[in-house]
Design a protein around this ligand. Structure first.
Ligand code: HEM
Length: 467
């Protein structure tokens, strides 16, 4: 559907463009997003990157992001990298086109399962999983630092699989990852490769070969979920996301999601919901370890709300009281948005920035790494300052200056889930442990489907009960 040549219009680009490969040599394949951010200096609020047949136009200013987030003129686009994921997650919410009937149906049926009040039913699962992580750490922390991104990824994967389909992957009790998790990671890696192959002339053949090599992973995941869905046939007593999807019908049309679409939705929640949140948690802990005053404020808040017992876990109602910890999370997602951008296309041919013709088959990527640091809006943008998110400061900023969860009807359906889980985990962890990082650690950001600190470790010490 997308061709994206912008009627031949050219935008600034970094370095010298070469025939055929275009701008490929200006960025490092292992860290394309960070290279793009580094290369964007001096290019202005809109620029392009071209590699083989693919042209990607990025916007990096709050002003242009606000224009693209205007739902009356623009909607979500699926660039090739997201389109490649459709082979895995089909017409699940994230990879569906907005005009596919299954997107509207799933959106309407599932919105109630992700409201703030719906979080009350997932809260006990989140508490149970976080407690398992702390119990897993307890005998290990004396031996040395723990790998935060690795363990947070296990935690968010467990929370999601238990909330989505009441399945325990045993991440904290077995040394090896569950075959489902391994198969999922491989199938996604394949999706990423295919997105790149398809940009190369003749790359479709390579994409098909890659598909053949990874087909058994996808088949394993599909089979396991199909069996699980079939086993629930007729049962109405499980109130996880799968139970909701099987039992809830549209109030007006009576329509339900099909078993294949339910499988796509489960895969989507697992993929869209686990690394995004574990990255957010890991970056927040990275910034806390780097900023002792912020860490002290966050711990003072947990002592005030949770009291003397370091092992106390927050109740559902208490989670929204951690206002400072919430600001720490918001500020971490500003500096390192774990979903680094999202793509938008016009509903009808229009003019962007009063200058550029943009047709429905063109798209632009809102680069959050740039928008969240636009100096026209953000003072000292590289500085970590959670108080930017005090309500009084938020009110002063233009709308759309902060978009870590996307925009409009296609914004993140799991936002409340992610925030509830992340605040709960941060608060209970900071209440239970004192932490310190290696002062020589240089932040190294791994680019998978999302952004995540690599090799980031923390030394933990159990806090003693307050007197
Ligand atoms: C969509 C970010 C957590 C499920 C999105 C989008 C963003 C985003 C930016 C829009 C993408 C686009 O426009 O192309 C995040 C971040 C998270 C997070 C930063 C954590 C910090 C979650 C969780 C879940 C989830 C926990 C599920 C439980 C989804 C789904 C969509 C989505 C299903 C597609 C919604 C639709 O198009 O209807 N997310 N997400 N996300 N997210 Fe999240």
């Amino acid at each position: 559907r997308i061709r994206n040549n912008w009627s031949g219009q050219q935008f600034p680009h970094a370095g010298r463009r070469l025939p055929l490969v275009g701008d490929l040599l200006t960025f490092q394949p292992s860290r394309p997003i960070q290279s793009m951010l580094e290369n964007s200096v001096g290019l202005g609020p809109i620029f392009e990157l071209q590699a083989f047949r693919q042209k990607i136009v990025f916007v990096g200013s709050v002003e242009l992001a606000a224009e693209l987030c205007d739902e009356t003129r623009f909607g979500k686009a699926l660039p090739p990298a997201v389109e490649a994921l459709r082979d895995y997650a089909g017409d699940g919410l994230f990879t569906a086109h907005s005009d596919e009937p299954n997107w509207q149906l799933a959106h309407e049926l599932l919105m109630p399962a992700f409201t703030k009040s719906a979080m009350a039913s997932y809260h006990p699962i989140m508490v149970e999983t976080a407690t398992e992580l702390f119990d897993y750490w307890r005998p290990r922390i004396a031996d040395g630092p723990v790998d935060i991104s690795r363990d947070m990824t296990k935690l968010t994967m467990e929370t999601l699989s238990r909330s989505a389909f009441s399945h325990d992957f045993g991440s904290f009790s077995t040394a090896k990852p569950h075959p489902f998790v391994k198969a999922m990671v491989s199938a996604l890696e394949n999706g990423r490769r295919k997105g790149a192959f398809r940009a190369i002339p003749g790359g479709e053949v390579l994409a098909r070969l890659a598909d053949r090599r990874y087909a058994h992973h996808q088949a394993y995941n599909d089979r396991m979920l199909d069996e699980l869905i079939a086993a629930r046939d007729g049962s109405t007593d499980q109130h996880d996301l799968l139970g909701i999807m099987l039992n809830v019908a549209h109030p007006e049309t009576g329509e339900k999601l099909s078993p294949v679409n339910i499988r796509h939705q489960i895969l989507t929640f697992l993929v869209a919901g686990h690394e995004t949140t574990s990255g957010a948690l890991s970056f927040a802990l990275y910034f806390l370890a780097r900023n002792p005053q912020c860490l002290a404020r966050a711990q003072a808040e947990t002592d005030e709300i949770l009291g003397d017992d370091p092992a106390a876990m927050p109740s559902f109602e208490q989670v929204s009281k951690f206002r400072y910890i919430r600001r720490v999370l918001d500020e971490s997602l500003r500096i390192w948005p774990t979903v680094p951008g999202f793509a938008r296309s016009p509903r009808e041919t229009t003019t962007l920035a009063d200058k550029y013709t943009m047709r429905p088959q063109d798209y632009a990527v809102v680069s959050l790494g740039l928008v969240h640091k636009d100096p026209a809006v953000w003072e000292n943008p590289d500085e970590f300052d959670p108080d930017r998110f005090l309500a009084v400061n938020v009110k002063k900023r233009p709308a759309h200056s902060y978009k870590p969860f996307g925009a409009g009807a296609r914004a993140c359906i799991g936002r409340q889930f992610a925030i509830h889980e992340a605040v709960l985990v941060l608060a209970s962890m900071l209440h239970r442990f004192d932490l310190s990082g290696d002062p020589d650690y240089q932040l190294d950001v791994d680019e998978r489907l999302t952004m995540l600190p690599r090799g980031f470790e923390l030394s933990l010490r159990a806090r003693s009960p307050q007197m």
